[in-house]
Write a protein that binds this ligand. Structure first.
Ligand code: UD1
Length: 336
């Protein structure tokens, strides 16, 4: 089975390509390197022993995308490509709507032309907004608090309408909780070029003395220690969730939604102490004001993915924080 992976050199895309190859899939990867680096392709080869069939393109470019479908025999698509920074999406909403919606519509049009009707879409727990129920089931009310989240929700709606128009489609929408961690080789991981927005890459940079201290955004939430609680999932578990979803949609038509999380919630301070203890490094922090738009607690109800996709997260928190730091150490060595 040949699988097209859009955004394949990104953080989650690259780990998913490793697992696809490990599971015997033939991969075609496209990316425009807007938030990743070409070295990822070399590292994928080092890990898998395979040359990656790669096209440098923006998924909004219909002609280039058509060429990919013409030159290959694609059976299914995993669609990761998209902008993902919440703060930037608030400042530049049109850029987010243009890129994330246009690329998805273009992809779906080209898939339709080539009669490819199997797609796994990279959505986010952000579509649950501030959740009313915990753990959050897939049936929870959907609402978003920023343009990035809205692009995810609108794409979910577009996919639903595509399915309604043609019941031959098989669509899995995966709502990720908080992916962290890295490949054990230290060759793949999360590598933000700017100051990170998310917790784990920020902690890593503090541990590496690239930033002076972590700002903990509020300690007056209604949680165990007052800091925000999230469901952190190892990126390899997340990648494996895509393999399970692909296996499922290969055999079942329809559209469905799955949470990919561990079902466990850890606070910011628990993350800091797990990271320091496991990696034997200090992570100085200061309590600061709450970040606009943040919620207190978010963790997944994982039953549906377990029952239907036969998938569940296996890695524990120690493995997540250890692999995250291992990647950072190897990569800061390279930069020296
Ligand atoms: C964020 C996005 C979400 C996106 C997800 C991708 C926001 C509001 N939400 O989720 O839409 O899908 O990333 O992984 O940005 N924290 C600190 N200090 C920091 C960074 C974070 O205390 O420097 C805290 C936050 O307040 C939160 C927790 O750490 O309680 C996790 O934050 P983060 O990693 O940014 O993820 P989310 O906010 O859950």
């Amino acid at each position: 089975m040949q699988v097209l992976v859009t955004g394949g050199t990104g953080y989650i895309g690259s780990h998913t390509i490793v697992e696809l190859i490990n599971h015997g899939y033939d991969v075609v990867c496209v990316d425009d390197f807007s938030n990743s680096k070409p070295i990822v392709l070399d590292n994928l080869k080092k890990i898998t022993g395979k040359d990656i069939n790669f096209y440098e393109l923006n998924v909004c470019d219909k002609e280039k995308l058509r060429k990919v479908f013409k030159e290959n025999k694609i059976d299914a698509v995993i669609h990761f490509a998209g902008f993902k920074a919440v703060g930037e999406s608030v400042a530049k909403p049109l850029m987010y709507y243009r890129n994330n919606l246009d690329s998805t519509i273009t992809l779906l049009e080209v898939m339709n032309e080539f009669k490819v009707k199997k797609i796994v879409f990279s959505s986010s727990a952000t579509v649950y907004g501030d959740p009313e129920i915990l753990p959050i089931p897939e049936t929870a009310k959907l609402h978003t608090t920023n343009p990035y989240g809205s692009t995810k929700l609108y794409i979910e709606e577009i996919l639903k309408d595509v399915y309604i128009s043609d019941n031959d489609y098989s669509i899995a929408i995966l709502r990720y909780f908080n992916p962290i961690g890295a490949h054990p080789s230290g060759l793949l991981g999360e590598d933000p070029s700017d100051i990170p927005n998310n917790l784990m890459p920020y902690i890593v940079k503090v541990a590496n003395h690239e930033l002076p201290h972590l700002n903990v955004f509020g300690n007056d939430y209604d949680t165990k220690d007052g800091t925000g609680v999230r469901d952190y999932i190892h990126v390899i578990d997340l990648a494996l969730g895509h393999i399970s979803a692909l296996e499922y949609i290969d055999k079942h038509k329809g559209i469905d939604y799955y949470n990919l999380g561990t079902g466990k919630g850890y606070s910011v301070l628990e993350m800091v102490s797990a990271f320091s203890d496991v990696n034997k490094v200090s992570v100085p922090y200061r309590i600061t004001a709450r970040r606009d738009g943040d919620i207190a607690t978010c963790y997944a109800d994982t039953k549906k993915a377990k029952e239907i996709l036969h998938w569940e997260a296996k890695y524990d928190l120690n493995e997540m924080v250890e692999s995250a730091y291992n990647f950072a150490k190897k990569n800061s060595d390279k930069n020296e």
